[in-house]
Design a protein. Structure first.
Length: 208
């Protein structure tokens, strides 16, 4: 898929991305109002937790690094998807656009999946089930490929337990936003594109 093919259906992908990610926060607020449960209940500003949120991106970034260097196996499917779809879609974006989208994704998705879904379930059921179910929904929301959905669900569980452990929703929000931003900037601005011949070879290898 070329850059032009990606841009054909809708040119302003940045605006669309902002609306979708920001809209998830709006959905969380609307659901919170309807069920009388605030997704902000366990969110507070704390500089130490801000730094903690950045630090705990390390395992996620390590997994991302493994994905980018996977030549075969399940993670290579995510690598191929990133090269075929994410790079053409985001490669022309400036760093500030990537930052804005990452921040909105961190806030919107964490308010919905952790702040509301995990939060309200944690008040009515077992904590483990609350984290498991919210992480599963988080993975389903990112169902671009089955493997990507599984990996994202695992990340959702990780973020869910970070919230339980820290007691502050700020930690998973910052971790989510920081991870998205660092991963996108590194992949698009510093990591060399996979040669087309290698993509073709790996794509055919997955068929067997």
């Amino acid at each position: 898929m070329s850059s032009e093919e990606v841009k054909t259906p809708l040119r302003d992908w940045f605006l669309m991305g902002c609306i979708v990610e920001g809209g998830l926060g709006g959905v969380a607020l609307a659901l919170g109002w309807f069920f009388d449960f605030s997704p902000f209940e366990n969110l507070s500003w704390n500089f130490t937790d801000l730094l903690l949120g950045i630090f705990v991106t390390t395992p996620m970034l390590g997994l991302f690094w493994l994905t980018l260097h996977s030549k075969s196996g399940p993670l290579s499917e995510i690598r191929l998807f990133s090269e075929n779809y994410l790079r053409p879609l985001f490669e022309s974006w400036s760093v500030w656009k990537l930052a804005v989208l990452s921040i909105l994704a961190g806030i919107g998705e964490e308010l919905l999946f952790r702040g509301f879904i995990q939060g309200i379930l944690d008040g009515t059921t077992d904590t483990f089930l609350a984290v498991a179910f919210s992480g599963l929904l988080f993975g389903c929301f990112h169902m671009v490929t089955p493997v990507y959905a599984i990996v994202t669900a695992c990340i959702g569980w990780y973020l869910g337990w970070l919230w339980i452990w820290s007691g502050n929703l700020l930690v998973p929000i910052v971790a989510h936003a920081a991870y998205d931003f660092i991963a996108l900037v590194y992949f698009l601005k510093f990591h060399p594109p996979m040669p087309m011949t290698d993509m073709d070879t790996e794509s055919h290898a997955d068929d067997f």
